[in-house]
Ligand binder design. Structure first.
Ligand code: SF4
Ligand code: SF4
Length: 443
C-alpha cells in the first residue's frame, strides 16, 4: 500500500469500517434511509463508501459529500448495530477529510472562519448576538419586518426560523449567571454548570432556570467564567482541529473547580462533552484529563433525578409527550431520567409517541442547510406527536425545541400545542416560573 493511501486510511478511521458486517439491521432505524430509500443514504451504504475510499476504489472524496451531508448524525444506527460499529467516529473523520480537501470559494472560507473561529467560540460575540436579538425585538423592527412580509422573502427559509426564535432576554437580565448559587437546604453535590454558546445567547432563561432547579434539589452550582462552546458544531462540520482546541480550553477551565459533576442542559452539547475522551484519545498530554472530564459530565436530568426529582404542585391534568434528543439517547445513553422526572409530577399524563427514538430532523443546523430533507422527517414526527393527543411536547435539546416549534407552526397547532424544554416544564410545575417562557411574542 502506498504512503498516501495509508495516510488516508488513518484519516478516515478505515479500520472502524471493517467492523460492519453488512447485516442491514441499522436500515430501519435510519431516518434518511426511510425517507430517501437509497442504499447510499443508509448507514451501511455510507460506511461502504468510506471503506471504498480507504481502499483506493473511490479516488475523488467529493463523491462521498452528498450522502454524508444528508446524514443527520443522529447515531440511531449505532444504538441498534449488533457489532458495535462506531458510526459517529467514521462519519466525523470522513467529514473532516472531505473538508480538508475541499476547494471552498473565498466567501465560503470567510464565512466558515467567521462562524467557527470568531463567533461560536467567543462568549462576547454570542452575547452581542443575544443583545442584537433583544434590540431587534424591542425596538419594533421585528414587528415591522413580520408585518411587511419581508420575512417571507428571506432566502433559505430564514423567515420560518425567525418566527420560532424564543423571546429575547434584556442585556440587564443577561448579566452573567451568579458565579456561585448555594443549595437550598442540605448540600448534596457541587456541580459546575456548562452554559453553552447557543443556549447562552438564545435560551438564557433556560440556563437561569437550570441553575435554580439544581439549587432547589440540593446542589451548590458554580458557573465558570472562561468556559467556551463545546465544539459540537465544529466537529459536525469537519473542523476537527478547532473542535479539539475548544475541548482543551473547556477541560482547562473546568479543572479550576473540584465539582462532583459537570452539568449541561443541551443534548447535543452533552454528547460532545461526554466524548471529549474519544476526541483527545490520541493526544498523550490531554487523554487522561479528557477522560476525567467526560466521566464527570452529566445531563441535568440525571442530576435532578439523582437528587430525588422535582416536587411539582397539584394542578389540572395535562397530557405530555417527550421528544427524545438523539444525542441524549444514542450518545449519552440518557433515556430513563427525563421520563422519570416527568412521570414523578402530579397530574401529568405522559404518553409516548410512536417511533419515539426517531430523529426530528433538527440535527444541529441540518434543518437550515438540508431544509427539504429535514422537513420530510419533521412531518413524519409531527404525525406521531398529533396521534398522542398531547398539549405539551417536552424536549431536552435546543435544536429539538426549535424544530418542534417549527412542526407546530407547519401543522397549525399553535392554539392547542406548545413545545418546551424539560427545565422550563419542571420549573413551571414546581411553581418557580409563571406562564410559558417559550411563547412567541405576538406580531
Ligand atoms: S452498521 Fe452495524 S447494523 Fe448496520 S449493516 Fe453494519 S454491522 Fe449491520
Ligand atoms: S447517523 Fe442517523 S441519519 Fe446518519 S446513517 Fe446513522 S441513523 Fe442514518
Amino acid at each position: 500500500m502506498n504512503e498516501q493511501l495509508e495516510q488516508l486510511r488513518a484519516e478516515l478511521n478505515y479500520d472502524k469500517t471493517n467492523k460492519c458486517v453488512q447485516c442491514g439491521y441499522c436500515l430501519p432505524a435510519c431516518p434518511t434511509y426511510l425517507t430517501m430509500g437509497k442504499e447510499t443514504h443508509s448507514p451501511r451504504g455510507r460506511i461502504n463508501l468510506v471503506k471504498m475510499a480507504g481502499e483506493g476504489k473511490i479516488k475523488d472524496l467529493s463523491v462521498l459529500e452528498e450522502p454524508l451531508d444528508l446524514c443527520l448524525g443522529c447515531r440511531a444506527c449505532e444504538t441498534v448495530c449488533p457489532t458495535g460499529v462506531e458510526y459517529g467516529a467514521i462519519l466525523e473523520s470522513a467529514r473532516a477529510s472531505i473538508t480538508r480537501r475541499k476547494a471552498y470559494s473565498v466567501p465560503q472560507k470567510a464565512l466558515r472562519s467567521l462562524l467557527f473561529k470568531k463567533v461560536f467560540p467567543s462568549r462576547k460575540a454570542m452575547k452581542l448576538l443575544g443583545d442584537a436579538m433583544w434590540v431587534y425585538e424591542k425596538t419594533g423592527v421585528q414587528k415591522l419586518a413580520r408585518k411587511s412580509g419581508l420575512m417571507k422573502k428571506l432566502p433559505a427559509h430564514l423567515g420560518e426560523f425567525e418566527a420560532i426564535v424564543p423571546p429575547a432576554v434584556s442585556p440587564r437580565e443577561r448579566a452573567s449567571l451568579p458565579r456561585v448559587t448555594k443549595a437550598k437546604g442540605q448540600r448534596k453535590y457541587t456541580v459546575a454548570f456548562f452554559v453553552g454558546c447557543v443556549m447562552d445567547a438564545m435560551f438564557r432563561k433556560i440556563n437561569q432556570l437550570s441553575v435554580q432547579l439544581l439549587a432547589e434539589v440540593g446542589c451548590d452550582v458554580i458557573v465558570i467564567e472562561n468556559q467556551i462552546c463545546c465544539g459540537a458544531l465544529h466537529a459536525h462540520a469537519g473542523e476537527m482541529d478547532e473542535s479539539k482546541q475548544l475541548a482543551k480550553r473547556n477541560i482547562e477551565a473546568f479543572a479550576a473547580v473540584d465539582a462532583d459533576f459537570i452539568v449541561n442542559n443541551a443534548g447535543g452539547c452533552g454528547a460532545m462533552l461526554v466524548e471529549y475522551d474519544h476526541l483527545l484519545a490520541d493526544d498523550a498530554q490531554w487523554a487522561e484529563r479528557a477522560r476525567a472530564f467526560a466521566a464527570k459530565t452529566r445531563d441535568i436530568s440525571q442530576v435532578l433525578a439523582l437528587c430525588g426529582g422535582i416536587a411539582g404542585k397539584e394542578g389540572p391534568t395535562e397530557r405530555v409527550t417527550y421528544q427524545r434528543s438523539c444525542h441524549m439517547t444514542n450518545v449519552q445513553k440518557v433515556t430513563a431520567e427525563p421520563v422519570q422526572l416527568l412521570a414523578g409530577l402530579p397530574n401529568v399524563e405522559l404518553v409516548e409517541m410512536a417511533e419515539a427514538n426517531m430523529c426530528c430532523g433538527s440535527a444541529g443546523i441540518y434543518n437550515l442547510v438540508q431544509y427539504d430533507a429535514s422537513m420530510e422527517i419533521l412531518d413524519l414526527k409531527m404525525q406521531h406527536v398529533i396521534d398522542t393527543g398531547a398539549v405539551t411536547i417536552v424536549t431536552t435539546n435546543p435544536g429539538c425545541l426549535l424544530q418542534m416549534k417549527l412542526g407546530i407552526e407547519r401543522e397549525h397547532l399553535g392554539e392547542r400545542v406548545r413545545a418546551v424544554h424539560l427545565v422550563e416544564y419542571l420549573a413551571q410545575r414546581a411553581g418557580i416560573l409563571d406562564g410559558n417562557p417559550s411563547a412567541q411574542p405576538k406580531a
